[in-house]
Design a protein around this ligand. Structure first.
Ligand code: FO1
Length: 308
């Protein structure tokens, strides 16, 4: 399959993109990344999902932690604490360099897309990494503790508040970053990574022109379910689904993506009974690199079988 697009956010998504990058050469693979988690912190622009992908594809990721860099030092955080600065969001020294450079470049008028492409080139990453938009979009949650910005909910409050609604401020007027629509329309397959559908994939789908491109593309759109045995592999997906009154199963994932996907790849031990959707199965847990490549191959095979 020559041209593949993957919609991704967070650590689960980055694992699948890494698997895909071992099958799809260079810029034939385009990752369109959630920026709803982006925020300004200590005057810096932080883009967590883009950075998780940059670190993963360049071999710099702290795989155990799921974010940030391996072998990181923490002198900045220590100095910050000593001065009484806000320390709920951890910025390692190497990670900090990325945020400083990004913030400086944004202030000089560069776009997030240009800056991301620059980092990727510097680290020899062949996969094309595109932010979903260069316009600001912010994931916001209505909770029993009030309205919270994503990182306040996710990191500061460790997903403890009960969520009643999620919205993506700025998404309805956001324009896709350059190349996003073109990549979706020219793709042979579009894969939706096993990222949190409600927090990591929905921000992309909330950008009207991205949703429209997904509806228009001739390419099959295949999602990889984030659930294994009725549990989310990582993070708040299952807790969130419960709070939103959604059953924690693949039928609910399929219904959530109705009108967007043509196929759903689920774990070998699981089921999905939603009619009109092609179902693929493989062990979807991605620990080793072999696992990631296996899931990537299974997603591409499901898409290949759906090509007109
Ligand atoms: N996640 C945490 O749980 N605690 C942190 O202190 C933290 C810092 C952090 C810094 C940079 C970065 O790129 C990501 C960071 N993350 C942290 C992860 C981040 O909140 C999540 O990966 C995503 O936003 C969810 O996909």
């Amino acid at each position: 399959m020559s041209k593949v697009v993957v919609l991704t956010g967070g650590v689960g998504g980055a694992k699948l993109v890494l698997g895909l990058s071992h099958i799809v050469a260079g810029a034939d693979l385009t990752a369109i990344v959630n920026t709803g988690d982006d925020f300004r912190h200590l005057g810096l622009h932080v883009s967590p999902d883009i950075d998780t992908l940059l670190y993963t594809l360049s071999g710099k990721a702290n795989a155990q932690q799921g974010w940030g860099r391996e072998g990181e030092s923490w002198a900045f955080m220590e100095a910050l604490r000593e001065l009484g600065g806000e320390d709920w969001f951890l910025l390692g020294d190497g990670d900090l360099a990325l945020h400083v450079l990004r913030s400086d470049a944004l202030a000089r008028g560069e776009t997030l897309s240009q800056i991301t492409a620059g980092f990727a080139a510097r680290w020899g990453i062949g996969t094309r990494i595109l932010p979903m938009s260069d316009d600001p979009v912010a994931t916001m949650l209505d909770t029993d503790e009030g309205r919270l910005a994503f990182q306040r909910y996710f990191v500061e409050r460790r997903c403890a508040p009960a969520v009643s609604a999620i919205d993506f401020a700025g998404a309805s007027s956001a324009v896709p970053a350059g190349g996003v629509e073109e990549a979706i329309l020219a793709a042979d397959a579009v894969i939706v990574a096993p990222s949190n559908p409600f927090l990591s994939v929905d921000p992309l789908l909330a950008v009207p022109a991205i949703r429209a491109a997904l509806a228009r593309t001739a390419a099959p759109v295949v999602a990889v379910s984030p659930l294994v045995g009725g549990q989310a592999v990582k993070g708040p997906t299952a807790k969130l689904m419960g709070e939103l009154g959604i059953a924690v199963d693949n039928d609910a994932i399929a219904r959530h993506y109705a009108g967007v996907i043509d196929g759903l790849l689920i774990d070998s031990g699981d089921d999905c009974g939603v009619a009109g959707l092609a179902i693929g199965r493989c062990p979807t847990l991605m620990s080793s690199l072999d696992d990631k490549v296996r899931v990537a191959r299974a997603a591409l095979a499901l898409a290949e079988g759906l090509r007109p």
